[in-house]
Design a protein around this ligand. Structure first.
Ligand code: ARG
Length: 558
């Protein structure tokens, strides 16, 4: 497209010119609206610009053009040539990246996600940060970014005084010897209940244990370490199931030693001031309220720890950006400290990706509702239900357990990732496990069906052709869609929305299915058949790669 503009108006910068996929095939395959944007620079009416570009394109007829049409105030509608399309598809299929632009090459990103609080079991509420964060991780890596995935565990705070006291006095020897996250949870519940007793004796004792821990008492420190280690092991058991990996597990405690320095600097810079015994940063001017950076009891808080953390990340990794995936209720927290960090000189781009609430089968998730389902149980249930589906379709399936895991975990992930992160979502088994419609299993089955088609073809000595030939409208729709894979992955990353990719994959599967219904494959003449097989194979590659970026496995046979 650029060539048309450059030929018509030499000496101008048209590097931003691009043709976007047409919204409706009746407007051709691509549409270029840049004549409208060019009007300001070229001081000409958009229609005049479009006419000049159109004339140049007609004159030189670049290889990609089959037809150009002028429309409206200055739109250029392009129908691409069959040869160009075939060459593009071949080029796409030949790359491991399948057209994903390597815009992240040489750039580092720190990604802070999942980050549960220690000594508690992960529950259904932790799915979103884990699954959305992991998809963002995979998408950025696919774009060539060097990603440091850090699990910013909640591993410090008053709960550890309560836990230490409870561990020593409320657990049985047997429980202490076989300490696990459920026992820690039990210990916390019992000890926290006692801390509410009228006389306040237990509460004071818990506080004393916390102070000892903060002062580095070796026994308390050893206990704390043990609690954290057990928690991380338990979290890793979930992450293994979900295919989630972290590069580092630096909890809040990692920043304990640097918080005083950060606060001192905030004071020196005149950013933090005393207010009712606490130290605060006033952000009223930015309409962000007031952020406490040191509490009146001298303790630090979430804001202080995030400020200390960002400085260390910047020093150590010099990242181009840092991405934080948490629930939307933390929006003000992030806005506040991003603002303070900017004033302290942090130049890395700081991005908060907030996600909405999740309800379960139509009901809010809360301890009171009795549906604070453990993540472990949810995943087990997903596998159990998936296994029923697998066995109902293939009673003698030899690897039913393995398939049930791929389908069950895939279903749970996709049911989340198919929604814009910011929306509140409801988890429903029927929707997550539906074999028709926008679901993980539907896409996994679509992939397995292509694989089985290619196997059948191979059995009759038919192979995907090396060159593509796009003839029928349904083939063309699918072909154009496949070319959009790379740009879509980029768009998903730029918007921090794995849902952009999920939507694309679902649409692609639908286009494949209409192509498949309209165009006989194995019954066609060999050259038509093999060209269609090539399109099928490329669809399979794109679907599988796309799902892998969402952390979803694609078994070849289901
Ligand atoms: N532990 C926090 C939570 O459970 C999330 C931490 C997010 N990361 C951060 N750097 N603030 O909600």
């Amino acid at each position: 497209m650029k060539c048309g503009f450059e030929a018509a108006f030499p000496g101008n910068d048209f590097s931003k010119v691009k043709a976007l996929p047409a919204t409706d095939p009746k407007f051709g395959d691509f549409q270029c609206n840049d004549a409208l944007a060019g009007a300001k620079v070229l001081h000409l009416p958009p229609r005049k610009i479009a006419e000049a570009v159109y004339a140049k394109l007609m004159e030189s007829k670049p290889a990609f053009v089959d037809k150009v049409e002028l429309a409206g105030p200055g739109f250029l509608n392009i129908t691409v040539s069959a040869d160009w399309l075939a060459a593009q598809l071949a080029a796409l299929g030949a790359q491991d990246t399948l057209g994903i632009p390597q815009t992240g090459a040489g750039k580092r990103v720190v990604l802070d996600y999942s980050s549960p609080n220690a000594a508690k079991q992960m529950h259904i509420g932790h799915i979103r940060s884990t699954v959305i964060g992991n998809a963002i991780d995979r998408i950025f890596r696919a774009l060539g970014y060097n990603v440091v995935a850090d699990n910013h565990l909640g591993d410090w705070g008053t709960q550890f005084g309560i836990l230490i006291k409870g561990y020593r006095e409320l657990l049985t020897q047997e429980e202490r010897d076989n300490l696990s996250v459920p026992y820690l949870e039990k210990c916390y519940v019992l000890s926290a209940a006692k801390a509410k007793e009228e006389d306040g004796v237990w509460k004071e004792a818990c506080k004393a244990e916390l102070v000892k821990l903060q002062q580095g008492d070796p026994d308390n420190l050893a206990l704390w370490k043990k609690f954290i280690e057990i928690s991380i092991n338990e979290f890793n058991r979930m992450y293994d199931k979900l295919g989630v990996k972290f590069d580092t597990y630096r909890g809040e405690s990692y920043y304990n030693d640097t918080m005083p320095g950060v606060v001192a600097r905030l004071q020196e810079m005149g950013l933090a001031v005393e207010s009712e015994g606490a130290l605060v940063v006033n952000l009223e001017e930015e309409k962000l309220g007031v952020a406490i950076v040191r509490k009146s009891d001298g303790g630090y808080n979430y804001t202080t720890s995030d400020l200390a953390c960002v400085e260390m990340r910047v020093d150590e990794y010099a990242p181009e950006r840092i991405i934080y995936v948490t629930d939307a209720r933390q929006q003000l927290h992030f806005k506040q400290w991003f603002n303070i960090a900017g004033k302290m000189g942090v130049t890395a781009k700081l991005v908060h990706v907030p996600f909405g609430l999740m309800s379960y089968q139509g009901k809010a998730i809360s301890t009171r509702e009795g549906n604070l389902i453990k993540l472990d149980e949810l995943l087990a249930e997903a596998v159990r239900r998936s296994k029923e589906i697998v066995l109902s379709r293939t009673p003698d399936c030899p690897n039913a357990d393995q398939l049930a895991q791929a389908i069950g975990y895939g279903a749970v992930k996709y049911s989340d990732l198919s929604h814009d992160p910011i929306t509140d979502i409801d988890f429903s088994w029927d929707k997550a496990l539906a074999l028709e419609g926008n679901s993980g299993p539907y896409l996994q089955y679509a992939y397995a069906r292509v694989c089985s088609l290619l196997d059948k073809a191979a059995a009759m000595e038919a192979r995907p052709a090396e060159t593509f030939a796009v003839v029928e409208p349904a083939e063309k729709q699918l072909a154009l869609q496949l070319l959009q894979f790379g740009p879509t992955v980029l768009r998903a990353a730029e918007n921090y929305k794995p849902s952009v990719l999920a939507d694309y994959l679902f649409q692609t599967a639908q286009l494949y299915s209409s192509f498949y219904q309209r165009s006989p494959i194995l019954r066609s003449e060999p050259d038509v058949r093999d060209a269609r097989l090539a399109l099928c194979a490329l669809f399979g590659k794109v679907l599988s790669k796309g799902l892998s970026l969402l952390g979803i496995e694609t078994p070849k046979r289901i």
